[in-house]
Write a protein that binds this ligand. Sequence first.
Ligand code: HPA
Length: 236
Amino acid sequence: MKAIIGGTGVDRISGFSGERQEISTPYGLVELFVGTGKHASLVFLPRHGSSHSVPPHLINYRANITALKQVGVEELISMYAVGSVTDALRPGEVGTLSDFVDFSGGGRQHTFFTGEEHGVEHVGMDRVFDPDLTLALHEADPSLKNAGVYVCTNGPRLETPSEICMFKTLGFDVVGMTAATEVALARELGIKVASLAYSINWAAGVGPDEVTFIGSAEIAKLKDTMVSLCLKVLGA
Ligand code: HPA
């Protein structure tokens, strides 16, 4: 099985025939959509719930990833709304992530390896984004950018200009609030991941004005582009 996780503005997939299911996991219930007909090998999971009701720091990431594992997911493409710190990815553009840095502060349930059910393991993150799946995305859409390094903050507040200045100095390209936690957990369970970032704003202090977001019509267009790319690459 293959999965797509959608973020802000990607709460539903048009043209995807899926059946809503509630999956019970040791970490809680998860709502997801299992494909039917020609989409039978695909699962869609709206990260924030289908009505975007859960903020990034309170998402039950372990339940979400466990639910994907329980329905047999081995490959995942996840999408993240980001702010642009450098020119690697500008507002309105879509690209793949090459690495992440976790600045979420340690307050999240960020690992399965707590010494209990899963014991203790130190899973390598040196090729955290699957090279083959990432390459397949670029081959399917040569206009895709390399969005570079994602820094994950805790949110839900946006950053101060000084925080973004620090991130830029440290070599980070895009900022968001979810990818590091989600991708690390998927890797801990052996799921291959490639990720698409779509920029919806210049990060604080980078653009000429206060943080302003691109319009919802533009976000909807990016969403359509990403969804059809995912469907193509996942062969669903
Ligand atoms: N900061 C953090 N997360 C985000 C941003 C941002 O500027 N834009 C979209 N997600």
